[in-house]
Design a protein around this ligand. Structure first.
Ligand SMILES: Nc1ncnc2c1ncn2[C@@H]1O[C@H](COP(=O)(O)OP(=O)(O)O)[C@@H](O)[C@H]1O
Ligand SMILES: [Mg+2]
Length: 413
């Protein structure tokens, strides 16, 4: 076993130890020498001018220099040259200044005889001696630890990314589920509407028939009777048209699709409400995309959708009590679809209202004012031609409905 030459100073010290204890002292020193040499961390002692005085076995493994190649050399043999060696980020090359102050230095880079770069942690103790200070330095190789740290960071980033992807997929799945639930409700509503329409139509036609018959039977009716008869017939006709309208939303209705100008449908809807808007101080700001083509749809049903959106906007603005407001309508072409953005600065919706707005019969309006069917029927019309309608809204911040309609639903898979 090779034991480094004992330091001179230690030798002098030994000389003063008296007679019989010398042997014991030698024994103890050689034991320390073995400990020093066999330590698993690389240890060196460095004189004040940076000269390596001692190095242990582990130094050879770390630096691939032999001990006797290190002893007597300046510490700079282990300092990498940033011009030649690649110094990893957030680390610095070993320098002799390090050995002047006690402390633990992390992320120090040394270079071995074989040119390999090692990342080390250096612990320095400065030992004061009458004949000059020296430093005892312990090197711990952290190259592998650092590599694993970096790998961990990469893996962590990958995991985060995967997590975000998962969240996204989850949200998509939820949206899809919502759509399915909504579609289910619409189908149920369709059945119900078709049933009611059918059941009511028969008796209504009966009432109309009897009323007409009465008109012919009563000769010389008073003007009151005459106007009441007319009132009955016109009310029956009104009910009939409502039933007809409900029927258009059921699967049993006959669809009449044609190439339709969405802008005309919007304009027609707005025309119907123009007087109400004017009296309520509601301004409409339209901006129609020039590249928006005609789409394959039922013009009357589209008009109905926009009437529903416009009425809701009217009500929402009126509820603010400000005595006025704005509706903005934007259209544009987007791939196989056209988009209509219907925005108002009305009261907006709470989260709860937003979640239920498209449900059949859901309304926040007082009895007689809202049936809670506008949005669900609109949803039905739009879904039937493979379009979509979504809302963005916050309480007090207005609402924006985005309607996406395929240019031709027959071409959508
Ligand atoms: N533009 C809007 N601003 C605020 N809330 C709205 C708007 N449009 C719809 N809502 C909310 O959605 C509910 C359902 O609308 P809808 O289906 O048209 O039924 P109704 O208008 O008969 O209440 C409304 O009662 C209202 O609470
Ligand atoms: Mg409505």
């Amino acid at each position: 076993m090779s034991i480094a030459k004992p330091r001179q100073k230690t030798g002098q010290k030994l000389a003063v130890i008296e007679g019989g204890r010398i042997e014991a002292a030698r024994e103890s020193e050689s034991r320390y020498q073995i400990l020093f040499d066999q330590a698993s961390d690389a240890i060196i002692t460095v004189a004040s001018e940076g000269r390596i005085e001692e190095a242990n076995q582990a130094c050879e493994e770390l630096t691939s220099f032999l001990k006797n190649e290190l002893v007597g050399q300046n510490i700079s043999v282990l300092s990498p040259d940033p011009k030649i060696h690649r110094i990893p980020e957030r680390s610095r090359p070993l320098s002799k200044e390090l050995f002047k102050t006690a402390g633990t230095y992390e992320d120090i880079v040394i270079v071995g005889k074989d040119g390999y770069i090692h990342m080390v942690e250096v612990s320095v103790r400065v030992i004061k001696k009458a004949d000059g200070d020296f430093a005892l330095a312990l090197f711990r190789d952290v190259t592998e630890k650092k590599r694993m740290e970096r790998e961990l960071i990469t893996k962590h980033a990958e995991l985060r990314e995967a997590y975000f992807q998962l969240e996204k997929k989850n949200a998509e799945l939820h949206a899809m589920q919502d759509t399915l639930v909504q579609a289910g409700k619409m189908a149920a509503l369709g059945e119900l509407a078709a049933g009611i329409a059918h059941e009511l139509n028969q008796p209504l036609q009966g009432i109309r028939g009897y009323a007409q018959e009465l008109q012919t039977l009563v000769t010389n009716p008073s003007s009151e009777v005459d106007s009441s008869m007319k009132e009955i017939i016109s009310n029956v006709d009104k009910m009939h048209s409502i039933i007809d309208y409900l029927r258009t939303f059921t699967r049993k209705s006959v669809e009449k699709h044609e190439m339709t100008d969405v802008h005309t449908a919007i304009d027609e809807a707005l025309k119907m409400l123009s007087r109400q808007f004017a009296s309520r101080g509601i301004k409409v700001d339209k901006s129609y995309g020039k590249d928006v083509p005609n789409i394959y749809a039922n013009p009357l049903q589209l008009e109905q959708v926009f009437i529903n959106l416009a009425t809701n906007a009217r009500d929402a603005i009126e509820t603010t009590g400000r005595g006025g407001g704005n509706i903005r309508i934007r259209t544009r072409s987007s791939g196989q679809f056209i988009e209509v953005l219907f925005q108002d600065d009305g009261v907006g919706m709470s989260e709860r209202t937003k979640a239920k707005a498209f449900n059949p019969f859901f309304t926040t309006k007082e009895v007689g004012k809202g049936m809670g069917l506008g949005l669900s029927l609109s949803y039905g019309v739009i879904s039937k031609i493979q379009g979509s309608i979504v809302v963005e809204s916050e309480l007090g911040k207005g609402a924006a409905f985005l309607v996406r309609l395929p240019k031709d639903f027959r071409e959508i898979g």
